[in-house]
Every structure is written in C-alpha cells, then in structure tokens.
Write a protein that binds this ligand. Sequence first.
Ligand code: KIV
Ligand code: ZN
Length: 531
Amino acid sequence: MTDPVSESIPAVPVAPDPRDRVIIFDTTMRDGEQSPGASMSHDEKLELAKILEDMKVDVIEAGFPIASNGDFEAVRAISGIVTESVVCGLARAGMADIDRCAEAIKKAKRGRIHTFLSTSPSHRDHILHASQEDILEMITKSVTHARNLCGDVEWSAQDATRTEQDFLRRCVDAAIRAGATTINLPDTVGYSYPSEYAEMFRDVIENVDKADTVIFSTHCHNDLGLAVANSLSGLQGGARQVECAVNGIGERAGNAALEEIVMALKVRGDHLRFHTGIETQHITRASRYVSAITGFPVQFNKAIVGKNAFAHESGIHQDGMLKDRGTYEIMQPEDVGQGGSNLVMGKHSGRHAFREKLKDLGYELGANALNEAFQRFKDLADKKKHVFDDDIIALVDDALASSADKVQVKHLRVIAGTEGPQEAFLTVTIDGEEKSANATGDGPVDAVFNAIHAVVPHQAILRLFQVHAVTEGTDAQAQVSVRLEDDGRIATGTAADTDTLTASAKAYVNALNNLFARKEKSAPGKVASGF
Ligand code: KIV
Ligand code: ZN
C-alpha cells in the first residue's frame, strides 16, 4: 500500500552526516605496485598522483620509502606536487624505516606516516619471533617515534583478522595511547568474510578506551573475492576509511577496487548511508592509466571500468534500454567518465576544440605537452576516419609517457608476410642523434625487437608483450604494453599507433627508457652506455 501523505509531500533532501564521510585512501602506488610485474616509473607515479588528486582521493599512499631509492624519490616528489590530498609513506616498526619515511614526506603540505606491525600468532611466531609483550612494546615505541616526527600517524595491525581478538584490542589500545590518529585493521591474507570483519571493528571500537578519538580503516585483500564486500562491511562495523587500489591491483589477488567501493557507496546511498568526496567522472581515466602503465589488462566484464560494464547485447536488454535506461542500468557511464557518445573529432578540429576535449577527459596539459598532443592528434586524424575519446586518451597518455625519453623511434619499415625472413629497418634518435640498424626475425615483431637490440644493445629480457585494440574496426589504434626485466629491475613501456608494429617498437623503446631511468636513479652517473 502506498502512503498518500508521503506521496504528496516532496522529499526534503537530507544533508549528509559528516560522521558518515568515508576517507578514500589509495594504495595503488604502494600495495598495488607490490603486484608481481606491476612496476611504475617515477614519472608515471607523478602523473598518477595528479590523476588521483583530480579525483579528490583523500589519502595517496605513494610508496614504501625504505624499500628502494626509487620509492623514496617517488614519495618525495609526490609530496612536492600534491597540495590537497594527504601524502602517505609506509614504514615498518623500525626507527630507520620511520625516519626514512618522515624524510620522504617532509615537503608534503599534509603528510602521513603509516607504520605497521604484524599481530597474528602466525606472524609473531614465524616471522617476528616475538611474544605478545614484545609486540606491544614495539607498537608503543614505533608509534611514539612516528608521532614525534609527524602529527598524522596511521598504525596497521598486519594480519589483524587472524589475530586473537583480546590481543588485537590491547594492540589498538597501545597504538592509540602512543598517539596514532588512524588505526587500520587489515585482512592481509583475504581470509575474512563480511559479518566477521564488521564484528571485529565493532568489538574493538566498543571496548578500547578512546577509540572514538581515532579513525578506523579497512584494508582488504581479495584472495576469496571478498575484498570489496568486506570493506563495505567494515564501514558498517564503524570504520570510516577504506584502503583500496585502482583496478583492485595489489599483492596476490589484489586489494579492494577503488572504483567498486566508491560506486557502491554512491549508487546504494539509500542503503549504505556513507558518502565519499570522490569526483567519480575521473574513474575511467585512472583505470585506463593504471592498466596502461602496469600492462595489467582490465577484464572485459570488470565492474565499473570493464569494456562491457555498460554494454547491452541481448535484444531484450537493448529494447528496454531504448525505452528507459533505468531498465537495465543502475548508473550512467558518464558518472564514471565513460563518454556516452564518444565519437569526437576529425582532421578539421582545431586546437581550441582539442583543448576543450582534453579538459572534458580530465587532462590539463602545459603548452608544450598540448602542442605535442595536438600534433599527434592531427597525424592520427589523417590516418583514421573517426577519432574517438579512447583514441585521444591513448594518444595523450602515450605522449606523456614518452616525451622525456632518451631514445625515440624515428622511422620503421618492416617486411612481413608468408615468405620469410621478416625484416625490420629501424632508425631511432638517442639524445637527438640518429642511429639505424636492420635485423631479421622469426616474425615481424621479433624482427623489430632484434633491430632495437642492434641499435640499442642491452641485456634486458622480454617478460610481457601485449596488444589491445583501443577502439573497434580495422583502423583502430593498437595499444601495446611491453615489460622488460634486467638484473631484477622491471619496467613497463606502452605506446599506441594505428600500425601495430610501430606501436610495438615504441612500447619496447619506452620500456627500455624506463629501465634506464631506474638504473640511473639507483646508480646515478654510472650507467655509461645508457643500457
Ligand atoms: O595487507 C596488509 O596488511 C598491508 C599492510 C602493510 C597495511 O598491506
Ligand atoms: Zn595489503
């Protein structure tokens, strides 16, 4: 039965309760980068930090400063450019870790030290060889030290969900007494299930002294596919920060996916009373960028950001959609930055229209980058009849990724086909100076990569070669990812071009440049020949 009174009174919008504001803590560059093979270059991390800040992510965990010089430099550089989001670095419980972290975030307008210690019996016995009392002492020392260096300190109980509940309460109590401002209770091994995870928070919040003076945080791994469900459940148990990563990347099966958490809270605001400050139209851009720089493809049916997330195939669904989008769509593609009609421009479009388009897609480029991107757009429009949003995104990301590269592909000609051997003729510039070589191979891609070897001798081993079509059709751009490994260092390169072989050459060279940049950072001035 409908209620005639409530039907006649227009609904009064209820202001969101500030106590239900959820802090979005992004760990794509820290836990996400810990995914095997998902390494990001220094410049890529800076670009990603800008995207996350545009998206209004509250906290950016930019790295683990003591883990490597590269991580330290990335956290330091991000601290220097981010103005709104909190920039956070990770540290174990040791003083050297915490000092290094404090040094890395020193320039941040709003910095945070995130220090952690394992609390579960499994980790205590097998990793730390420490008693419960030892752990409590280490928490007090590490958090006190961190608080002396920074006013914003997060403490994490690693493997919290497999920790005895009474001991977990004592650990949280010690961390709060020592001055922690955020308490994170991670499901480190992705073992918990939703009601259990919520109950863990409820119990700690109800039974630990001064629990109401700190923010509690979730951090869920996806080993059983429950990371997002557990995170939402953690909020129902009293947490108000969610740690998550773009596309759900992270250790093993990954972390809770940022886009899924944010959209679940937005779309189901009727049921989950929480809200975030995220500007959701930046989600697709962030997802594509992370996929491009890590070389981790996004599965077609991935919630929110998959290629098919808003595609309607069956006749019944299409018919319903034409009558009313709400029949089969619970959110609009535009809400997450997937353009509804995405056919954009052609070769007659001018610089002004191009700049406006970039703005719509979430890019603010400086004059030089804009000129370069516009030139690339014109070249593409000459080759391709329809230029879609996705083409522009690939092209700009490509320009941003390779603009500072020491080695650049200049010309490439390949002889391919059924009659071998396939042969590639390649010219590159190295610091502006031209160098050419030709090579044969077992197929055209092999020939291209052999030619790169000839012109830029190096030891790196190819670990991944992946090709995606950016849009539909035979004139679509190919987006290629290449991952190389040299001496334990991993670097990924990407490139897009309507010619798959050209994109392959550029992606390989981009990966080599990233590898070189990494070597340079860890041993400045010692990388004589470049590679
Ligand atoms: O999964 C985990 O426990 C972590 C901590 C370091 C927060 O990543
Ligand atoms: Zn983790």
